[in-house]
Design a protein around this ligand. Structure first.
Ligand code: UDP
Length: 238
């Protein structure tokens, strides 16, 4: 296997739902371990990797608000959920001897580091996987936006979005048989066609910062490493 990565530094966004496996809620350890294995392989290629993990497998602010909670309060709960996922991923990576640091946008001194941009960059230079937890630290945002924000701050070469399918399709390929898969899209295509990739603020932020977004299947073993070599199936948004 040739392993010449095409990227020096990347940020991978994994949704909370991707960690559920076949469960309806919470974390599936085998799924977390499988993703950690793929991350470890990419680190072993010499790529500097950071992660943003969502919280939708545990709690979403929108759902809390729909059931009558104050939206901002519910969003803070959602952000705390992402910290749990980040700790689970840290544990899975460290079991594989991949050095990691969790940095939270909401300071939580006894659990992880606070988010400090320059320190995070230093960790990455040293080959540590930095897991950014608690989203942006602000309610009314999503972890997609947090991923675009941190990727821009870390001067990443690409923002990877790990999804359930191998790229962006014209319709959900699990429901629509002849849905078209795109090789390349522009940021404006995604926004104007309302393609379900990441939320609009994440796309806009990536566009402003000329940050390519690469969408691939997080559950295909080895896909993350393949994407790093420019191989396999993915959609590139530029
Ligand atoms: N959240 C927030 N601000 C942020 C990031 C996340 O308030 O910057 C909250 C929001 O309530 C969101 C929840 O955290 O619903 C979980 O994040 P998200 O829905 O993005 O997770 P994913 O869909 O990726 O699992």
């Amino acid at each position: 296997m040739t392993s010449i990565p095409q990227y020096k530094r990347v940020l991978l966004k994994v949704s909370g739902e991707a960690l559920m496996g076949k469960r309806e809620y919470g974390l599936d350890t085998d799924t977390v371990n499988a993703i950690a294995a793929d991350v470890g392989d990419v680190v072993a290629m010499g790529v500097e990797v950071s992660l943003v993990i969502g919280g939708g497998n545990i709690f979403r602010g929108v759902a809390g608000a729909a059931s009558g909670m104050d939206r901002a309060q519910a969003d803070y709960m959602g952000m705390l959920a992402t910290v749990m996922n980040a700790l689970a991923m840290q544990s899975a990576l460290e079991k594989r001897d991949v050095p990691t640091r969790v940095q939270s946008a909401i300071p939580m001194a006894s659990v992880c580091e606070p988010y400090i941009r320059r320190r995070a960059e230093r960790h990455m230079e040293k080959g540590r996987v930095v897991i950014f937890a608690a989203g942006t630290g602000n309610p009314f945002f999503t972890t997609d936006t947090a991923a675009a924000l941190r990727a821009a701050e870390m001067k990443c070469d690409a923002l990877l979005k790990g999804t359930q399918v191998d790229g962006v399709y014209s319709a959900d390929p699990r429901k629509v048989k002849n849905a078209e898969r795109f090789e390349t899209l522009t940021y404006l295509d995604v926004l104007s066609r309302d393609l379900n990739v990441m939320d609009a603020s994440a796309i806009s932020l990536s566009r402003e910062n000329k940050l390519p977004i690469i969408v691939f299947n997080i559950h295909a073993p080895g896909a993350f490493a393949a994407v790093m070599r420019g191989e396999g199936l993915f959609t590139r948004i530029v």
